[in-house]
Design a protein around this ligand. Structure first.
Ligand SMILES: Nc1ncnc2c1ncn2[C@@H]1O[C@H](COP(=O)(O)OP(=O)(O)OP(=O)(O)O)[C@@H](O)[C@H]1O
Ligand SMILES: [Mg+2]
Length: 419
């Protein structure tokens, strides 16, 4: 039995009302087009709201989430279905759906494999200070690289200030998958099947890459609370070999901004994602401003994440703003002023980066010989156990030579022993 509020067209209501009552559901209110749905949800505390696709707004969805009310859209056509998906609502039924079908959606998805039995993946957060140092470029390229090594990868866009993974990967469907996953996590209804359904698949030659896209409007940040983000990442970690999280830049904890301890936290998603990680790639821009900014916030990052290992990545290394021997100058500056050892340096390659943006694909795919692709390949290979790595071309050639020599040696031995 579910305690329901109905906000559907009259014809739909007439069709489903009696069967719903017969099956023991409690109908708390039946709303018309002029009623304030949010207000009635607050007043009646339903378990679920069944509403026409065109009356559900983003604000109503957030309100229902806060009230712990599941929302199911009744969609009359493709436009309504697209609208629901666009605002991150995945629970929908057709206008002519029977009560059994509605009940199936109301009761939530069937649980997939027992999470405890599944493997545990590694979570890597890609963070960087303000100034577009290249977080998304690194996160997307790294994900594709890991998938190319045969891994099952889940890429999450948790940048509440300016999500851009979907656009960078040329994904046309702009529905915010991460917010949808977080909402389900908040209702204890996030499962492997749901992640599979909500995520967008990005084509890769080996392995797999599923993307939970980011918020389409940064004003929706209150949906990404600490517990939801933590729970979603925890489930994705069990579902995939690698979870890569593109985070926002700000490390400011909102307690410092507001004294209201119960108000939502603007940077909750960033902080929760960083703290849920096994390792952090901290990306800085390799020019005087970028390096100074990075060095200033690096201690703050270390403090925020406790003992989680942080690896520094300096992106867009070029001699223009630094002068000659830019790589060694950057390395020694980081060591001298931040005690930072062995950073990964990624060269500046504007042509490759622009071509990738133009095609909506990663640098690795549009320009495999770019030094950017090589550096990120190195990062990815360092994240995969040696035994799981496919052989490089040189190793394959060496293996083939050994095989050929062995064959020749055997043949010559046979020739010697044959009568
Ligand atoms: N190694 C590189 N060489 C040249 N251009 C690069 C390189 N890396 C990133 N870029 C370019 O820099 C710009 C910013 O990159 P990106 O969006 O990845 O940064 P970000 O840190 O995610 O920024 P935001 O603050 O918008 O989230 C993009 O135009 C990208 O193509
Ligand atoms: Mg970004």
């Amino acid at each position: 039995m579910t305690r329901l509020v109905l906000a559907v067209a009259r014809a739909t209501e007439e069709r489903i009302l009696e069967p719903l009552l017969e099956r023991g559901h409690d109908i708390l209110a039946r709303l018309g087009p002029l009623d304030d749905i949010a207000e009635i949800v607050t007043r009646t505390h339903p378990e679920a709201l069944l509403a026409d696709g065109d009356v559900i707004t983003e604000d109503l969805l957030v309100h229902c989430d806060d009230e712990g009310c599941r929302v199911v859209a009744v969609c009359a056509d493709e436009t309504q279905r697209r609208h629901a998906a666009h605002i991150g609502l995945r629970d929908m039924v057709d206008e002519y759906a029977g009560v059994a079908q509605i009940e199936k959606v109301l009761s939530g998805p069937e649980l997939g494999t027992d999470p405890d039995e599944a493997s545990t993946g590694r979570v890597t957060a890609v963070w960087g200070p303000a100034g577009a140092p290249g977080r998304t470029t690194v996160a997307t390229s790294l994900s594709v690289e890991l998938a190319a090594l045969g891994a099952r990868v889940c890429l999450i866009d948790a940048d509440i200030w300016g999500a851009s993974v979907a656009q960078m990967l040329g994904m046309l469907d702009e529905s915010p998958g991460f917010a949808a996953a977080c909402r389900l996590a908040g209702q204890d209804a996030l499962t492997y099947d749901e992640v599979e359904r909500i995520s967008e698949s990005y084509p890769v030659p080996r392995g797999s890459l599923s993307v939970l896209t980011g918020l389409t409007r940064s004003a929706r940040w209150p949906e990404l609370t600490t517990s939801r983000v933590t729970d979603t990442i925890a489930l994705c970690r069990r579902w995939a070999d690698h979870v890569i999280v593109d985070t926002g830049f700000s490390l400011e904890s909102d307690e410092e901004i507001s004294s209201d301890v119960f108000s939502p936290r603007r940077n909750a998603a960033t902080l929760a994602a960083l703290r849920a990680s096994d390792r952090i790639l901290a990306v800085g821009r390799a020019d005087p401003i970028g390096v100074t900014r990075y060095l200033r916030v690096h201690p703050e990052l270390l403090e925020v994440v406790g003992g989680i290992p942080v690896h520094t990545v300096m992106n867009r290394v070029r001699s223009g703003p630094i002068g000659v021997a830019a790589p060694s100058q950057i390395t020694s500056t980081l060591q001298r002023f931040g005690g930072i050892d062995k950073p990964t340096l990624i060269a500046h390659d504007e042509r490759a980066a622009d071509a990738a943006l133009l095609e909506g694909r990663t640098i690795r795919e549009v320009s495999p010989r770019s030094p950017v692709a090589a550096a990120i390949r190195g990062l990815a290979r360092g994240m995969v156990p040696e035994a799981a790595l496919p052989a490089t071309r040189r190793e394959r050639r060496a293996q083939a030579a050994v095989k050929e020599n062995t064959r020749a040696w055997r043949l010559s031995g046979r020739a010697r022993t044959s009568p």
